[in-house]
Design a binder for this molecule. Structure first.
Ligand SMILES: [Zn+2]
Length: 151
């Protein structure tokens, strides 16, 4: 996402914008977005360490997006990278405060049934994780299933 932000001069892509890899190649294009456009490119995928950070030892073993990525890639025969790349956090509302530097984790502004359409520009693997974050407000404390389809 750091390469996408630099290419777009924005923190959140809008319809018509590309999503870029670390070689500055456009991999996907955001072609439709029925939400208010509040997504996130700043926050790392959740992982066990994040849940321990938030909940102490109770966070150990919490389901997380980083493990979801690894499990999904292994199912299709791809060894996951040693670190989780910076994700596009669809529907995740992380506003930058008026001071220009502070972030907060807020409830999503999207509503059930809203969606985005991403068009692949090249052959690629796209991994989706319905974030199981249930401590912060980003999923209203109640993660739900996310659905996707390949058109
Ligand atoms: Zn997550």
């Amino acid at each position: 996402m750091q390469h996408t932000r630099a290419s777009l001069n924005r923190t959140i892509p809008k319809v018509g914008d590309g999503l870029y890899n670390n070689k500055r190649e456009e991999i996907l294009t955001l072609v439709e977005d029925t939400t208010s456009g509040h997504h996130d490119t700043l926050i790392a995928a959740c992982d066990e360490e994040r849940y321990i950070e938030l909940a102490g030892e109770e966070g150990r073993g919490h389901r997380n997006c980083s493990e979801n990525l690894g499990e999904g890639l292994r199912i299709i025969g791809i060894e996951p990278p040693q670190f989780t790349p910076s994700p596009l956090n669809l529907f995740m509302n992380i506003p930058v405060s008026e001071d220009g530097v502070s972030l907060s984790f807020e409830k999503p502004t999207s509503k059930e049934g809203e969606y985005v359409v991403l068009k692949a520009k090249v052959d690629c693997v796209v991994a989706f994780s319905a974030c199981p974050q249930d401590i912060l407000a980003i999923n209203c404390g109640k993660p739900v299933d996310a659905h996707f389809e390949i058109l």
